[in-house]
Design a protein around this ligand. Structure first.
Ligand code: ZN
Length: 264
């Protein structure tokens, strides 16, 4: 591994003799400290990261570097609805794509010129769009309403309003976390189901009750399939083993939320 000393030739920075006008070389020449300080130094070499006008630090910050390179955007008001502590990465990513309307729903595919039927494969009764497939479709509505209905909550029906609402729908943090996880799991499930029916047999599971899907989501698979141990344990604590929850409220909240005492 090279050390700072290797950049010195005849007690001078070897790059200082370069006559190149390459902007990177010019930049490096301007950044280099006085070579005499380096020669006389007794300290060991160490890596420091200097981003913009910030003081050099030992730890690398990808967010700091990103903001330096691309500028800091204004935070959207639904940011914490998607990227919250305890999220399941796969579900959060799909939810993020939903929020940005970047999933290949049929209305978008047809705008791109793809010859595809506009009809939603989940219900077969309406054109597929982001609003329909995740919120208006009978299938998605049944899955999502399964989670909030027992709380007697009335979430908004428009996607962007719902994204703002889900950030803090109740006064209880545990319930809010459960609802956010359930909401994202519902989106992920609807997306996966739509993709499956699009690619395989559209009638494959046409008769399956979507409430069964909601129960399955709660009981475990979709909420547990993550390699992130922190999220897994969080999901287990809230969904699979609420009886072992660290916070006493979690058990009663989960039971009250889903009415699944038999599966706890
Ligand atoms: Zn539908």
């Amino acid at each position: 591994m090279a050390v700072v000393r290797d950049a010195l030739v005849d007690n001078r920075w070897w790059i200082s003799s370069s006559r190149s006008r390459n902007p990177t070389i010019c930049f490096l020449k301007n950044c280099l400290p006085d070579h005499r300080e380096v020669i006389s130094s007794e300290a060991d070499d160490r890596y420091l990261w200097k981003v913009g006008d910030n003081a050099p630090v030992e730890g690398f910050s990808s967010s700091l570097m990103w903001n330096h390179l691309y500028g800091q955007e204004t935070e959207v008001n639904w940011h914490k609805s998607i990227w919250f502590k305890g999220r399941i990465p796969k579900h959060a990513f799909i939810s993020w794509l939903v929020a940005l309307d970047r999933l290949s729903t049929r209305d978008r595919m047809r705008q791109w010129g793809v010859l595809v039927s506009p009809i939603c494969p989940l219900c077969g009764t309406a054109d597929e769009s982001r609003q329909h497939i995740f919120f208006d479709c009978g299938y998605s509505k049944e899955v999502w309403s399964f989670f909030y209905s027992t709380l007697h909550l009335s979430p908004p029906t428009l996607i962007m309003e719902l994204l703002r609402w889900i950030k803090s729908p109740t006064r209880h943090n545990n319930v809010n976390l459960i609802l956010k996880l359930a909401f994202q799991a519902s989106l992920a499930k609807a997306n996966a189901e739509e993709a499956e029916r699009r690619c395989e047999n559209p009638m494959k599971r046409a008769n399956e009750n979507s409430t069964d899907e909601a129960e399955r989501l709660f009981k475990r698979p979709a909420l547990m399939t993550t390699g992130n141990s922190i999220c897994t344990s969080e999901a287990e604590r809230l969904f699979k083993k609420p009886m072992e929850a660290a916070k006493p409220n979690s058990t009663s909240e989960a039971k009250r939320l889903f009415g699944f005492s038999r599966s706890l």
